[in-house]
Write a new protein. Structure first.
Length: 124
């Protein structure tokens, strides 16, 4: 009897198998190496190229096996993209990336740039 698996990697693998696709078929369709696809199925995302590439790989794999690509990327981000921090007791703590803080910082930077341009224009 086969055990039901959970997590993003097993979800990708089960979707691939349900469609009768081999790793090599998905590799050909996505232009992602078989080794990288197997790493995703085993949830070893640290073996993939960093940055946006990991999200792109997850999206491409999900699309190739008929899954909701956006939901898979969101799951990847929630489960595997963390930022390390140290708490008051000196213990490592992981927490999700602060998307809102990044957006707020970008908006504030744009406002400051606009203010600087306005002030520079008023002085001439």
């Amino acid at each position: 009897m086969r055990q039901t698996l959970s997590g993003l990697g097993p979800l990708l693998q089960e979707a691939r198998e349900a469609r009768g696709l081999s790793i090599s078929a998905v590799a050909a369709a996505t232009r992602i190496s078989e080794r990288a696809l197997l790493a995703m199925e085993r949830e070893r995302f640290h073996l993939l190229p960093g940055g946006i590439f990991r999200r792109t790989y997850v999206k491409a794999y999900a699309e190739a096996v008929g899954l909701d690509a956006r939901a898979c990327v969101d799951t990847y981000v929630q489960q595997f993209e963390t930022v390390g921090s140290i708490d008051g007791d000196g213990r490592a703590v992981d927490w999700p990336r602060p998307r809102v803080a990044v957006a707020v910082a970008a908006i504030l930077a744009a406002i400051l740039c606009l203010a600087a341009v306005t002030i520079a224009g008023a002085g001439s």
